[in-house]
Design a protein around this ligand. Structure first.
Ligand code: ADP
Ligand code: MG
Length: 158
């Protein structure tokens, strides 16, 4: 586990772009934190580094967006999902089991049972003393991403 403090949206964007430089195809990233924490902003900036052109918008209503960059980017948002059974319909398990791209899942903690065994977890928390500050915690869940986590910790300095 490691954490980074950002003091503005621009700093979170910068951090996300560094992460975007390191992520590789086949990675599942779960992004959690309150509404307005910065999850979508984070995905937008990773996607930018991955060469996605055009706007990356929150897939709140359609549950998933797909983008083409240097690799495919899947962006799930489970905020409005009420029933895990719907995940099957949107192909969630196919995309998360062996992804042909990079998969982001906002609000993954709503359905912990449905997540793959291994994934990278990013949790964004507001800091009480400063409305524009965030504490961003990175974890590797399972064995698969332990080395990636170490690399990210070394690479993401600012
Ligand atoms: P979420 O997807 O978590 O609901 P968004 O990414 O849509 O959140 O929105 C985050 C909002 O918080 C943006 O308007 C952004 O400008 C603002 N913000 C302010 N400070 C920060 C920060 N340090 N990191 C990320 N976002 C921040
Ligand atoms: Mg969002």
């Amino acid at each position: 586990m490691f954490t980074r403090i950002t003091r503005s949206a621009a700093e979170t964007a910068q951090l996300a772009q560094m992460v975007g430089k390191k992520l590789h195809e086949g990675t599942v990233v779960c992004l959690d934190g309150d509404l307005g924490a910065g999850k979508t902003l984070f995905v937008q900036n990773v996607a930018k580094m991955l060469g996605v052109e055009g706007e990356v918008t929150s897939p709140t209503f359609n549950l998933m967006n797909v983008y083409e960059g240097i690799c495919r980017v899947y962006h799930f948002d489970l905020y409005r999902l009420e029933n895990a059974a719907e995940l099957e319909d949107i192909g969630f398990y196919e995309y998360t089991e062996d992804p042909d791209g990079i998969v982001f899942i906002e609000w993954s903690d709503k359905f912990p049972e449905e997540l793959p065994d291994d994934y990278l977890s990013i949790h964004i928390d507001r800091l009480a003393e400063d409305a524009a500050a965030r504490c961003i915690t990175f974890r590797a869940v399972g064995e698969e991403y332990q080395d990636d986590l170490k690399e990210l910790d070394e690479f993401c300095r600012f």
